[in-house]
Design a protein around this ligand. Sequence first.
Ligand code: ADP
Ligand code: MG
Length: 481
Amino acid sequence: MEWEAVIGLEVHTQLATKSKIFSGAATAYGAEPNRQACAIDLGLPGVLPVLNAEAVRMAVMLGLAIDATVARRSVFARKNYFYPDLPKGYQISQYELPVVARGHLDILVDGVAKRIGITRAHLEEDAGKSLHEDFHGLSGIDLNRAGTPLLEIVSEPDLRSAQEAVAYLKKLHQLVVWLGICDGNMQEGSFRCDANVSVRPKGQEQFGTRAEIKNVNSFRFVERAIEYEIERQIELIEGGGRVVQETRLYDPDRDETRSMRGKEEANDYRYFPDPDLLPLVIEDSFIEQLRASLPELPQAAFARFVRDYGLPDYDAATLTAERATAGYYEALVAATGGEARLCAKLCANWVMGDLAAALNRAGLPISESPVPAEALAGLLGRVLDGTLSGKLAKEVFGAMWAGEGTADAIIAARGLVQLTDSSAIDTLIDGILAASPKQVEQYRAGQDKLFGFFVGQVMKASKGKANPQQVNERLLARLKG
Ligand code: ADP
Ligand code: MG
């Protein structure tokens, strides 16, 4: 029997507001426990929530970016359950009328494009955190996170493999970070996901019973958790068993999912409209204003990079993975100038190559690069005009990174100008050929591989300064003659 997986993701994105969704307490990560929870977050008697307009703005931005419907009127509801990290005894969420509905996101897997439906995105508050370590058999409760604004983005069950699920998740992650509505930090829990997984015989229309894997917070773990769960369900059914609807937990150490609890039904939560909050009414003018201020989206930037800069898909995708990288690249191309396509590809190679490697080693984001785009442009200009070979350019870049000044200053100070004088190069070549009569004889007898040896010797004799292309051309001429 052939099986098909059906997957739908619920992604919790923590909105990058300074204060909480219904109170003025700070949302900054890493504060000492219980220093960032005010009376409203604690649910003390007599307090009233006030909606944070910034959270609404961010939710609408996402709605516009995924081509969804933004509700002109949405409603906050109480989701009732008891847990020690939820002092009010209910979570404020949106249920029947979410702020965003019916959007989509396009993914690309193995060169095949696919549109994934997004059912809804709703605003809600996060709960606190239970701490089980360091309390000698007791549990600690940290309410700093209580009331942090979340946008829960729920996909249609359109995904058919772990690979598609990860592609969707990465696309969504890229988008919310690009829009500036989420910092995207998965380790800190700013972007986490519940994966709903079921299987059905291929060709069957009706869905199977799903299990929900809770709170997976890395791309790799999502992929592995889903793969494990698909296998588990298939084996279970083929062995005569039945999948039960339940909540499961993924354990990365053992690479398996484990049952956590039976799945609650929505009616267990006794949802009802929160009487402390008015319905959220959004005016057309607010939406239009946001639409006009929306940045170019990653998908559009990708297409433009391929079209206008003539970049391969891979380069365009890498350079538009983050908005800051795309911005850096465009500033670099503009400042470097020169023949358009040549310059565009050279700049792409440097941003994805030497610059990315140096940033990676230093653990710096591109926005904090010690070599800003304008400075790197000064270096690449010297590559394009032939002053520097690729090898010398790397050396100059290293010096720029270390803070030794502009490319031109470093070239002058180190005497690094590339040797392009052809008679000087010929002299070097003649010296090498005279010193290696045996290799010359072997080369002429047909050992073509020795050509590389001669190039290496000439480059070495020039201390890496000879123009490699000229060395190649003139060596070939000399060896033929
Ligand atoms: P709940 O809020 O109880 O988790 P929802 O109906 O909102 O339930 O669905 C949550 C997610 O589960 C959605 O992403 C949806 O696409 C997905 N889903 C629903 N049914 C299935 C199924 N049979 N198999 C896999 N995913 C499913
Ligand atoms: Mg759910």
